[in-house]
Design a protein around this ligand. Structure first.
Ligand SMILES: [Zn+2]
Length: 307
């Protein structure tokens, strides 16, 4: 089924990563800057992430001697330094997730470069190093994101969905990033988020149903020697009823007949980059951005296609 499966290390049949977007309360300030302070209940819902869920998630992965990846907006890191410290203590990865969960594709290149760089400075100060991984808030990677990240020394992004396995993104000026590709079915937001202030009201269902979707994705990755990448939010999936299904998933993966490489995004990206550099693997290559402006068929003076 997969034309270009990645050779995973140590004879592993497939690779799996768990990533946690610790948005915390940045998103309510971005959604309602004028009166976020009055939305106390939603703020408590979001602050549950760093305060209650992050330590619990770290404990879970450490119980199985595994490392996981947290994508964090820099503002949320500064607001919740104890969560940063807990993650670092467990040796997990902290990657870049904007400054304030701002949308890169709605910003000018200069503004995006400024806030991306400013967030990198927070990472350096709080973690002692520059992040090598990035996920655009709401996956809204811009036409300029690749070059801005490459100029800041990043190795990978995890916002796009152009292949089943990690691939190579190249800008028109030849700058590169590894894409640790994402996938909507394995993002917990559409399964679970139910909040009026965030304008997202999914029907509340048992975690068993979300688990069925996740596990179908995993089974396909295992069968076709592919890649299983999951996106979770501590305030959403760090709750006991949902996190116990994450634990079930980990346990079941560890019991598979052939080994599954459960690791961080950074490890996946480093592995793929090395395979490419040593000519042991030829990834699919995507030139980003894909298009400029309107396509000719939809130019303002073209024959109308509709209406
Ligand atoms: Zn986010």
């Amino acid at each position: 089924m997969l034309k270009n499966p990645v050779p995973w290390p140590k004879g592993c049949r497939c690779a799996a990563t768990f990533s946690w977007d610790m948005d915390a309360d940045s998103i309510i300030h971005m959604a309602h800057p004028e009166d976020a302070n009055t939305r106390v209940s939603t703020m408590s819902y979001l602050r549950y992430g760093p305060k209650i869920a992050v330590p619990r998630i770290c404990d879970l992965f450490e119980k199985y001697k595994l490392k996981t990846t947290f994508f964090m907006p820099a503002w949320s890191m500064e607001e919740h330094p104890e969560a940063v410290e807990r993650v670092l203590k467990g040796g997990h990865e902290i990657a870049h997730h904007g400054y304030m969960h701002e949308l890169p594709n709605l910003n000018t290149r200069d503004r995006e470069a400024y806030w991306t760089g400013r967030a990198v400075e927070v990472h350096k100060r709080m973690t002692g190093k520059s992040p090598i991984g990035y996920r655009a808030p709401w996956y809204n990677f811009s036409r300029n994101t690749l070059e801005i990240l490459a100029d800041l020394g990043f190795l990978y992004d995890s916002s796009l969905m152009g292949d089943d396995v990690p691939y190579l993104m190249r800008s028109r000026t030849g700058k590169e990033l590894i894409e640790v590709s994402a996938n909507w079915p394995t993002d917990d937001w559409p399964h679970y988020v139910h909040n009026f202030d965030l304008d997202y009201m999914m029907t509340i269902q048992p975690p068993r149903l979300a688990h069925e979707v996740y596990w179908s994705e995993f089974e396909a990755a295992y069968e076709y020697k592919g890649f299983f990448m999951t996106t979770w939010h501590p305030f959403v999936s760090g709750r006991p009823s949902r996190l116990r299904y994450v634990e079930k998933m980990i346990k079941d993966m560890l019991k598979m007949k052939q080994k599954v490489w459960i690791t961080t995004h950074a490890d996946i990206a480093k592995h793929v980059r090395k395979l490419i550099d040593t000519k042991k693997y030829k990834p699919s290559v995507h030139t980003i951005p894909y298009k400029d402006g309107r396509i000719p068929e939809l130019a303002e003076d073209a024959q109308p296609l509709r209406g």
